[in-house]
Design a protein around this ligand. Sequence first.
Ligand SMILES: [Zn+2]
Length: 182
Amino acid sequence: MNGPFVLPVRDIVRRPGEMREHEFSVTLKDGWGEGIVAFEAGSELDLDVRLESVHEGILVSGTADAEYSGVCGRCLIDITRPVEVEFQELFAYPGEEETDFEVQDDHVDLETLVRDAAVLALPFQPVCQPDCPGLDPETGERLTESTGTEHAAPIDPRWSALQNITDQDGTEESRAAEKEES
Ligand SMILES: [Zn+2]
């Protein structure tokens, strides 16, 4: 048995209560997932795995830190996002019951377990940001974020001309007021 997700359990097999922890990284040979975001081939997973010997077999639990990439479901820009994948499964000793996961030759192979959990952790509707405004339905261009910057936009020159007149009026009025006072 070999592969990047295979771990030896010989030293804890049939020794309930024994526990081992493994930290390791795997570079994906093939991509995982087929949606608009996926774990790409060549991307890295950092795994933190706990193996516990129980009566029925080896209880595997852990997390995988990974990054998925693809496009935003609304505006279609490229995105890459970190995600923590959690998984847990009992790898039974071979024998009576048919199970999907078995201890084989004193090893457990976590690939299917981690891959299934990772694909499930992918968002159905990935977005570049929670309030992504998406695409303009008419032009098809990406709408810019409403960050309040429109207030800083230069005043239309026609309005700025009016603004000057108003300012002058104000000045003249106050001068007139000064004259009346004196
Ligand atoms: Zn977006």
